[in-house]
Design a protein around this ligand. Structure first.
Ligand SMILES: NC(=O)c1ccc[n+]([C@@H]2O[C@H](COP(=O)([O-])OP(=O)(O)OC[C@H]3O[C@@H](n4cnc5c(N)ncnc54)[C@H](OP(=O)(O)O)[C@@H]3O)[C@@H](O)[C@H]2O)c1
Length: 287
């Protein structure tokens, strides 16, 4: 059977980059989305788009027709994400579609008791006999554009409770390149990769890069987790968002992710992009 890949999270940051890679390699795929019509213009696709939702099992059959491999990505900001995606994994197993490449997070075992969903999904893939590859990604370089755009462009700050810890921000295009390689080449079965960018940087370093690129002064005010809760509450965010993000940032603040690996280069044969190069392409238009 010729390979056909179902890309879940196809309209998200990594999904879009992965689809580009698969198109360049001429690999057949389905792009799963909860809203096919809306995604047509967003992705410039038509027949590859397929209705797919983890919480709607009625979508599973059509989304996996002719599919032999799955790129599995769960949505952000969902506590107990494992509960959301387990029914789909059970469906895949029942269909004998066992090749799954899962997007996990670097050092999620250090994020606290409410944040065990990635570890639980990794364990399910291993225990249920899947032919898995786990991609434990570091913090995305695109988070600044995707989540901090307003803070950066309107308030001259970037907000995180990362203390003075460092992290190897990674370009989502590099994560996608690894995903595309492990989905299309042999030799990655039952492997776990830790994906980082080329340098460990603090949020102070990131603010300096943002200032250089935008030509404006961007500062990192280093809020405490308690201050962050207050700021997000005042901005009208639901309560769980600040606590979710505080848990995520704690791995930086507690110095668990202040390292780089060469896994991107090992898999793709080229070095990962720098934070500055991503910020340059994301923010250069606002000068
Ligand atoms: N941001 C980081 O620094 C970072 C670092 C490491 C790991 N991660 C992990 O990366 C993942 C998020 O990736 P991302 O930022 O690329 O996502 P994203 O841009 O927020 O996109 C989320 C995707 O999930 C889809 N989605 C949402 N709810 C869904 C549902 N019920 N069923 C099926 N699809 C659904 C959305 O598609 P439609 O709306 O089109 O349906 C969208 O394509 C999370 O698992 C997070 O833990 C993030």
């Amino acid at each position: 059977m010729a390979t056909k890949i179902l890309v879940t999270g196809a309209t998200g940051a990594i999904g879009k980059a992965l689809i580009k890679d698969l198109q360049e390699k001429n690999i057949a795929f389905f792009a799963g989305t909860r809203n096919v019509e809306e995604s047509k213009a967003k992705l410039g696709l038509s027949e590859e788009l397929v209705s797919f939702s983890f919480d709607n099992p009625a979508t599973f059959e059509a989304a996996t027709a002719g599919v032999d491999k799955v790129f599995l990505l769960g949505p952000a900001m969902v506590l107990e994400m494992d509960h959301l995606i387990n029914p789909f994994l059970d469906f895949l197993k029942s269909k004998g579609i066992l090749r799954v490449v899962y997007l996990s997070a670097l050092k999620s075992d250090q994020m606290g008791p409410d944040m065990t969903f990635h570890l639980k999904t990794e364990a399910k893939l291993a225990n249920d006999g899947f032919d898995y590859t786990i991609l434990r990604a570091s913090f995305f370089a695109q988070n600044f554009k995707n989540y901090e755009w307003e803070n950066i462009t309107q308030r001259g700050i970037t907000l995180a409770t990362a203390g003075d810890g460092k992290v190897g921000f990674i370009d989502v295009a590099d994560i996608a390149a690894v995903a595309s390689a492990v989905l299309s080449e042999e030799g990655h079965s039952k492997k776990t990769y830790e994906l980082t960018g080329p340098e460990a940087l603090s949020y102070f370093d990131a603010a300096t890069i943002l200032s250089e690129v935008t030509g404006k002064t961007i500062v990192y005010p280093q809020p405490s987790p308690e201050q962050y809760v207050t700021i997000l509450k005042e901005a009208g965010a639901p309560d769980f968002v600040a606590s979710y993000m505080n848990s995520v940032y704690s791995v930086i603040a507690n110095h668990h992710v202040g390292f780089t690996t060469n896994d991107v280069e090992k898999v793709t044969g080229r070095k990962p992009n720098t934070l500055k190069s991503v910020i340059n392409s994301d923010f250069s238009t606002i000068k």
